[in-house]
Design a protein around this ligand. Structure first.
Ligand SMILES: [Fe+2]
Ligand SMILES: [Fe+2]
Length: 296
């Protein structure tokens, strides 16, 4: 473990000036969440606030940063999953403020309202895909459709260079640390054989496997990677797995994800190609067997 990962995960961790990881490291779960807090003067924003069971830990860490919960103005939800939005009613309860806003895309808001939300819900497209703090600092939102939901987006803070990516660049595995650590050989490693550096659990393998399961298709993932590759970020802060920093590590992860095959529906569609009869063929056959009687 490097010095960078010699951290107390019981406390909030400042990943950039005024930006805190306020997540819950659950050793028993391979999939825990990374909510983030951005503090800008007396105004705070939460990104992907986390699930309902995690809420007590998340709020304790928010308070450890020294802010008051009433300074939280906005909850940004980068898609509508329960591990992102489940704690919205709890935030509403402790913040007790009329002005609290939930900010997402319309496609997500349609579902987020079912968490029994009482705050005002706003769409990022209604504010030119940006959020501006009262200081003038701006967050920019970039749509990454179907990576993994139709309303998924990422958030770029140009002041810090942090890109918050929700499930993109996430990971699932039994071994976790806040910052991803890769070796030089990881760039070209196929991750299929024993790690030449003797690493027991390959973090790159965990990342690619997560994307195979969570993302919808190769097309969707590549579209998202293309959409964000040109953004001048230097830290990727995902909602699961580890933070990726340093251009070498970032490029290595991008390369592996660009090469990844059999993502989401692709693995099923390719298997299905062996069967030359389509569902439509089968249906037409059934119709033929029953003649044209619509009640048959
Ligand atoms: Fe998700
Ligand atoms: Fe997630």
């Amino acid at each position: 473990m490097s010095k960078k990962n010699n951290l107390d995960y019981e406390r909030a961790v400042e990943i950039a000036p005024g930006i805190f990881w306020v997540g819950f490291y659950d050793k028993d779960s391979g999939l825990h969440c990374n909510p983030y807090l951005i503090v800008d003067n007396d105004e705070a924003v939460i990104i992907d606030g986390g699930s309902r069971p995690d809420f007590p830990t998340v709020v304790m860490k928010i308070l450890q940063t020294g802010i008051s919960v009433s300074s939280i103005k906005t909850l940004i939800c980068q898609h509508s999953d329960p591990d992102v939005c489940g704690s919205i009613p709890d935030f509403e309860f402790i913040i007790e403020k009329d002005g609290l806003e939930i900010l997402s895309r319309e496609e997500n808001n349609m579902f987020i309202r079912h968490y029994s939300v009482s705050s005002k819900m706003k769409s990022i497209s209604g504010q030119n895909n940006t959020y501006t703090f009262s200081s003038g600092r701006t967050l920019k939102f970039i749509h990454t459709p179907y990576s993994h939901s139709n309303g998924s987006f990422v958030t770029f803070d140009s002041l810090s260079g942090v890109l918050f990516t929700s499930d993109l660049f996430g990971s699932y595995g039994q071994k976790w640390q806040l910052y991803l650590e890769l070796d030089d050989h990881c760039r070209v490693c196929s991750c299929k054989h024993k790690c030449p550096s003797g690493v027991e659990i390959c973090p790159m393998k965990d990342i690619t496997r997560f994307h195979q399961k969570i993302m919808t298709s190769e097309n969707a993932l590549r579209y998202a990677l293309d959409a964000i590759a040109g953004i001048p970020f230097n830290i990727i802060a995902p909602q699961h797995g580890s933070i990726i920093s340093g251009i070498g590590n970032i490029a290595t992860v991008f390369i592996h994800l660009y090469k990844q095959k059999n993502i989401g529906i692709d693995q099923f569609v390719k298997q299905g190609k062996k069967n030359t009869r389509t569902g439509m063929d089968l249906l037409l056959e059934r119709e033929g067997e029953n003649g044209n009687d619509p009640s048959a």
